[in-house]
Every structure is written in structure tokens, then in C-alpha cells.
Design a protein around this ligand. Structure first.
Ligand code: ZN
Length: 376
């Protein structure tokens, strides 16, 4: 049974586009939003209306699509930002405040009291306009946990719908994420959202840890696009929840590769072939033992069926191939290789792969096969 209680808030269109050098056209935003909606993502963070008219128009265009997913915008805790969101037609806002002393002192040059007051003003304004509100704690991972509790209580009492715990710099590990999120979950009765970054390569793991600790909302981006090293990747979070945590979300994963290619093109950041979950080559098998194991029963070396994410299996013939894989490939080419033939071919195949530094194509294989027969 899919778990309906965990909601993905995908921020490809906000944090993803915030990546240095990435710009989406309105047409691309619409295609990405539509596809995210079609596969069942519950919420889309779709822009920053305070940036100006163009951004407001693109948010309006997304609102006009009438998607099932809730659209939410990013705002500073500033009334004019929230007004720009209201003018764009969204009914939900993220109100972001710096919450670490480092940011409060060195970025804002203000005090904790000033943050409390900003929160009250901005949240009060948003609630008077009947908005759904996530209060975003920027740099929460470096903040005093008790100050976060303080802010969460203020937020809850003023009607906020949830609190976003941001590991803005991506400096936590899953254990510290769990501890910090659990601390907040135990202290305040307010829904939590986790926003994790990949600077130490742990965005997905930290997102899962946050969910384990009680967060109901989790931020993702397609391909893990986002500031610096990026965010938790949508495709990784969904598949890791399913296979590592046994939590299945009501999301159609079979279009992950299609979605990944779309965002890869729109962001001009092509997806590496080895990218977890959606990389073209992550279900490629070459080494003799693995290839033989997969040919006998895919579950021997595949954690799930590649079709689940829209991929195909590739049996690669190369330096590490064994006899069974070779016989299988030639069989598909209409040639029945006897065991002794396969054994004599394998050395030439390995040598060709070594010399060319790549796997062999069917043409390469046929050339070697016929050359071998002429010599014989
Ligand atoms: Zn972020």
C-alpha cells in the first residue's frame, strides 16, 4: 500500500533553477511541472515571485495549469515578498528566515529577537490572507536547537502549517540529521519538512534520516539539481524510501528517466551515465560473474527491475566478460557458439576491449568472430 502520509515537495523549479548558471524557459517550467504532477508529486515549489514581473508571470502560468499538486513559492519573511506571491495566485508560501547565529550576526547583522519579530509579522500577514505556510529555517542545521524550538512554537501558535528544517550548507550526516530533526519533532507538535543539500554527498541519506525522525515533508529536485552540489534527488529519495526503508510513495517511477532527461536538457546539465537511479548505464553488466548471474536470474545482481524507473538492462561485452555472456550475445545475433569456440574468442574479445578502452559492439564481435574462422 503506498504511503500517503509522506509528501514530496519538489523544488526543481526553485532551488533547482537557483543553481548557478541554470535558467528554465517558461515552456520548460510548464513541461517539468506537468510531468511532476502527472507522476504524482504532491507539491511543487515553483519560484520566487519577489524577483519581479517575469517570475510572477511564470508562477501565474503554472497556477493556471490547474495541477493536482499544490504550488508553493519561496519568500523572505518580508510582507512585499508575500504580497508578490499572493498576486501570483498561489495559495501556499514558504516564508524563509535565517535561524543560525552565524547568519543572524554575519549576514543579517540582527538579533534573535529581530528574527522572532519578523516571523510574527510575516506569518501573521500570510495567515490573514489565508495562505498555507511553511516556515523555512535557513541554516537550521547550524542553529541552536532550542532557538528552533522557540521559533516553531511561535510558528505553530500563529497558525503555521509546518516548519522546514534546512541543512542549507549540506554539512550534516544522516545520524546528526536524525538527532536534530527528532529533537524538534519530540518538542513541538508541528509538521516538519526537511531540506537537504549534497555538499558532502549525503543529501538523499539525510532526507531519509529526516523522514525516519518524523518529518512528513521532504524536498527534492530532479537529478539532484540545486545550489552548489545540489539537493536530494527526487528519483533517489523515492527509490531509496521504497527499497531501503520499505516506504512506497504513490509516485509513478517508470517516468523517472524521461523526467530526468527533460530536466537535464532544460538545465543544460546532462545526466552522467552512472548517475544513481536514472543514469543510462546503471543496469549494465560486464564482469563474468555478474553477467552470468544476471542471465540466470536478474535478482542476483539487480536490486529492482530497471523498467521500474524507465531504464533497460545492458549486457556489455568487454574486458571483464565471461564465456556465458559471449554465448548469450552471439545467440542473440543468430550464431550458436560452442563452448570451445567461446573460450577461444574470449581472449581476443578481452584484448580488443583493452586496446580500444571500451566495450565491444555487435559489429566488433562479428568481425572478431569471422576473422577467427578465417584463421581457423
Ligand atoms: Zn536549498
Amino acid at each position: 500500500m503506498p504511503d500517503q502520509s509522506i509528501i514530496i515537495d519538489d523544488t526543481t523549479l526553485r532551488d533547482g533553477e537557483q543553481t548557478a548558471g541554470v535558467v528554465f524557459s517558461l515552456e520548460e517550467k510548464i513541461r517539468i511541472a506537468r510531468m511532476l504532477d502527472e507522476i504524482g508529486v504532491g507539491e511543487l515549489e515553483c519560484g520566487i515571485p519577489a524577483m519581479g514581473k517575469e517570475e510572477q508571470n511564470s508562477v501565474k502560468a503554472l497556477v493556471d495549469l490547474g495541477l493536482n499538486a499544490r504550488l508553493i513559492t519561496w519568500n523572505r519573511a518580508v510582507l512585499s515578498d508575500i504580497q508578490a506571491s499572493i498576486d501570483s495566485g498561489v495559495k501556499a508560501v514558504d516564508i524563509s528566515l535565517s535561524v543560525s547565529d552565524i547568519h543572524i550576526e554575519h549576514k543579517l547583522r540582527k538579533s534573535r529577537d529581530w528574527i522572532r519579530e519578523q516571523l510574527k509579522k510575516a506569518l501573521g500577514f500570510a495567515k490573514r490572507h489565508d495562505l498555507y505556510v511553511s516556515v523555512g529555517g535557513e541554516d537550521a542545521s547550524r542553529a541552536d536547537p532550542d532557538f528552533l524550538v522557540d521559533l516553531m512554537i511561535i510558528a505553530r501558535d500563529l497558525g503555521a502549517d509546518r516548519f522546514r528544517f534546512c541543512d542549507t550548507l549540506g554539512i550534516l550526516d544522516p545520524f546528526s540529521t536524525y538527532d536534530k530533526v527528532k529533537y524538534l519533532a519530540d518538542k513541538v507538535d508541528l509538521d516538519l519538512e526537511v531540506h537537504t543539500h549534497n555538499d558532502l554527498g549525503m543529501a538523499t541519506a539525510n532526507a531519509l534520516a529526516g523522514i525516519r525522525a518524523g518529518a512528513r515533508f521532504v524536498n527534492t529536485t530532479v537529478n539532484g539539481l540545486g545550489e552548489r552540489a545540489g539537493n536530494a534527488a527526487l528519483e533517489e529519495v523515492v527509490m531509496a524510501l521504497k527499497y531501503a526503508c520499505k516506504i512506497e510513495l504513490p509516485i509513478d517511477s517508470s517516468r523517472f528517466v524521461e523526467l530526468s532527461k527533460l530536466v537535464g536538457q532544460a538545465s543544460c546539465r546532462p545526466v552522467p551515465e552512472w548517475k544513481a537511479i536514472v543514469g543510462e548505464k546503471v543496469f549494465s553488466h560486464e564482469s563474468g560473474l555478474h553477467a552470468d548471474g544476471v542471465l540466470k536470474y536478474p535478482g542476483n545482481y539487480e536490486g529492482y527491475d530497471p523498467a521500474e524507473v524507465g531504464l533497460m538492462r545492458h549486457m556489455v561485452i568487454g574486458k571483464h566478460s565471461g564465456r556465458h555472456a559471449l554465448q548469450n550475445r552471439f545467440g542473440r545475433l543468430g550464431i550458436k557458439l560452442e563452448t570451445f569456440e567461446a573460450e577461444s574468442l574470449i581472449a581476443r574479445v578481452r584484448n580488443a576491449a583493452q586496446v580500444n578502452k571500451r566495450p565491444l559492439t555487435d559489429r566488433d564481435l562479428l568481425r572478431i568472430y569471422y576473422a577467427d574462422r578465417i584463421v581457423a
